[in-house]
Design a protein around this ligand. Structure first.
Ligand code: ADP
Ligand code: MG
Length: 393
């Protein structure tokens, strides 16, 4: 029996753990303790911090694992790189994982390899001549912590008067002694899921994003196909392929964020793992294969075949959210049987407390639909959402 180590026990790792079980793979789940749904599905559990790569490596050696993987989060990607390098497993390298986890390293690679990305400058946190250092960038600007995620330490700045507040925000959200300032690109955000395997990009699937406007945009759903001109899609593919190779990513899923401006794709950032918020499911439906299966096969070093040519099933998804803090009293799915409703998931049981939606982890479930056309998938999504009743008091 092969042994897979899965880093994380949260909602986005659960499908990986379930798929491992389905395939007869022994799953070792590692996560900090907490009320995480993945623990009870695992064959074996270690309560450790997944960013502590020396500790995780020690466990991986002891357990003689055949692969290590995660889904839907960047938290443990550096650890995956470390373990793969040390144990010669199939997955991204430590070096490429470090590049993916640092916005300065990532953007520098893009610049070096001619990948289209916002113009940027590296600034020491202690610098008192910021205006001079950014003088050849055009406003609006965006100040960024290099090592955070979820839009923490990321501030749009429209004039010099806002520099100090932005730098303060960066300081509160970084462990580094430098940050970056880049030009703000006014455009439309979209993304792509992709996979790089044995040096080749096996598929690229651009998708549209539904965004919740809180303090910053939070993705709450996705849809595919993303209907853009063929030339725009071709350009996005070219930029993404170049970015993957620039970062040295290989043998991993790819989660890419882009901004489209004047028909040109700018690469915002790329992660070496599959996306959250129903994005792995988006890939599975679109190509009619089980994406989690492919991710596991690749991580175990098995020959992995992506059949992407003959299918293109339109689909759409949306998170379920609460409009208030409170306790779930009742949750009912009143949808009639409909083959186009792919999945309705409640993350909690009645009695669990939940938060008013603000950031991704506040999700309380999701709905995923498909259709013969994108319109049908999206219409079905909106219909299906109306038939779900969740009472929070
Ligand atoms: N150069 C830019 N131009 C316009 N918007 C940007 C730019 N960089 C970041 N953003 C916005 O900030 C969000 C977070 O930035 P990102 O670099 O992806 O950091 P994080 O790792 O926190 O997701 C993006 O999704 C986008 O909305
Ligand atoms: Mg991002």
């Amino acid at each position: 029996m092969k042994k897979i180590m899965i880093l994380g026990a949260g909602i986005y790792q659960v499908p990986l753990i379930k798929t491992a079980r389905k395939l007869g793979i022994y799953s070792i789940v590692v996560s900090i303790p907490g009320n995480y749904p993945g623990f009870e599905l695992a064959d074996k559990v270690y309560y450790e911090n997944t960013t502590d790569y020396d500790k995780i490596l020690e466990i991986a050696k002891e357990e003689q694992i055949d692969g290590v993987v995660t889904a839907g989060t960047d938290v443990a990607v550096i650890t995956i790189g470390k373990v793969c390098d040390e144990l010669n497993l199939c997955g991204l390298s430590f070096e490429s994982a470090q590049i993916a986890a640092n916005k300065l390293l990532m953007k520098s690679k893009y610049e070096e390899h001619g990948v289209r990305t916002a113009k940027f400058r590296e600034i020491p946190l202690s610098a008192d001549d910021v205006s001079y250092r950014v003088s050849d960038l055009s406003f609006p600007l965006i100040f960024k912590s290099v090592d955070s995620s979820g839009s923490r330490g990321i501030v749009r700045v429209d004039s010099e008067a806002d520099f100090d507040a932005a730098i303060q925000n960066v300081k509160e959200n970084t462990r580094s002694d430098y940050y970056i300032v880049e030009e703000f690109i006014e455009g439309e955000e979209f993304g792509a899921q992709a996979f790089v395997y044995r040096g080749e990009v096996t598929f690229i699937l651009p998708h549209g994003d539904y965004v919740f406007k809180g303090d910053t945009g939070v993705p709450i759903g996705h849809f595919a196909p993303y209907e853009l001109d063929a030339s725009v899609i071709a350009d996005a593919r070219e930029q993404l392929t170049a970015a993957i190779h620039a970062m040295g990513l290989d043998n991993c899923a790819i989660n890419a964020d882009f901004i489209l401006k004047d028909g040109k794709t700018y690469v915002l950032e790329i992660g070496g793992r599959s996306g959250a918020t129903c994005l792995a499911e988006l890939v599975s439906i679109y190509y009619d294969f089980d994406y989690y299966e492919k991710i596991l096969q690749c991580a175990l070093g098995e020959n992995t075949v992506f059949e992407c040519d003959s299918h293109a099933v339109p689909n759409a998804s949306m998170l379920l959210m609460s409009s208030r803090d409170g306790t779930i009293r009742e949750q009912t799915d009143k949808n009639p049987d409909n083959p186009n409703i792919y999945d309705v998931q409640f993350d909690h049981k009645p009695g669990d407390s939940v938060y008013k939606f603000h950031v991704g982890p506040h999700r309380i479930g999701h709905v995923i639909t498909k259709g013969d056309t994108l319109k049908q998938a999206v219409d079905t999504l909106h219909e299906a959402l109306k038939n779900i009743e969740i009472k929070v008091e």
